[in-house]
Design a protein around this ligand. Structure first.
Ligand code: GLN
Length: 251
């Protein structure tokens, strides 16, 4: 059918993708590093070389990046990155407007909204890529979660947050909660999507169990960089097994 078998693709033969992990020192819990690994491996299997950059506060900003991913963190980690985040806000806005794909999990997802107000009343300003705000709650929302997304189908993960996130009218969620709590445990939404930026509470890691999401981010990156329109399918048997196990777990 004209699509080369994946094994036949020369390593790096299709080009290079610059993958940036935002704030891995402070924002990287509950297996979030697995998202970076998944993107890297799935790109490499398709014949793309991957330049992987860790971006931490104070580093020079890799504005030529093709794909960003950032994880969750405790409130203390969020405090450590919030100033730097304000510094990179203008360039982040340009990249978002330009259709650069990004994935922000939990603590970083909250900071991609307008603000996070902790239970102690401290306000951490976000960068407002998403039209949402988060307020620290009394109890933690913890457990396995299944959501349904129009675009990506069933998304499976694990949530652990005390922040309650409210989407503004018109802010598109990532999915609807099937089981679990999601953004605020009440309105039935989970996560947010703006342009090619996906925010979600799902750890676990998210991408190994949700290859459709991983490939969406990758497809967006390679289309933007190289005008490549197709991604060779990969063998996702293991990932399908992991989905079944996770989906049938009690909360
Ligand atoms: N500190 C935030 C909360 O508990 C984020 C937690 C996380 O990233 N897992 O709401």
């Amino acid at each position: 059918d004209g699509v080369p078998a994946v094994d036949a693709v020369e390593p790096g033969g299709r080009g290079e993708i610059h993958l940036v992990q935002l704030y891995p020192r402070d924002m990287n819990i509950y297996g979030d590093w697995g998202n970076t690994l998944t993107l890297k491996r799935r790109l490499e299997k398709r014949g793309y070389a991957v330049q992987l950059t860790d971006y931490n506060p104070g580093d020079s900003f890799p504005a030529d990046a093709d794909l960003f991913v950032g994880g969750g963190g405790q409130d203390s980690g969020q405090f450590r990155v919030m100033e730097d985040l304000q510094k990179i806000k203008p360039v982040m806005y340009e990249l978002v407007a330009d259709g650069v794909p990004m994935l922000a999990i939990c603590g970083l997802y909250q900071l991609f909204g307008h603000e996070f107000r902790t239970i102690g009343g401290e306000v951490l300003p976000g960068i407002g890529i998403f039209d949402l705000t988060t307020v620290g709650g009394e109890t933690r929302l913890i457990g396995n979660i299944v959501t349904e997304s129009e675009k990506f189908g069933t998304i499976i993960g694990y949530e652990n947050h005390s922040g309650l996130t409210r989407l503004a009218d018109g802010q598109q969620p990532l999915g609807r909660v099937v089981s679990g709590d999601g953004n605020d445990g009440e309105d039935g939404t989970e996560g947010a999507v703006t342009n090619e930026v996906i925010g979600t509470y799902l750890h676990g890691s998210l991408l190994p169990k949700n290859p459709v999401l991983a490939d969406h981010l990758i497809a967006t990156a390679v289309r933007r960089r190289y005008s490549h329109e197709t991604l060779e399918p990969l063998n996702d048997t293991l990932s399908q097994k992991a989905r079944e196990v996770a989906r049938n777990r009690p909360r």
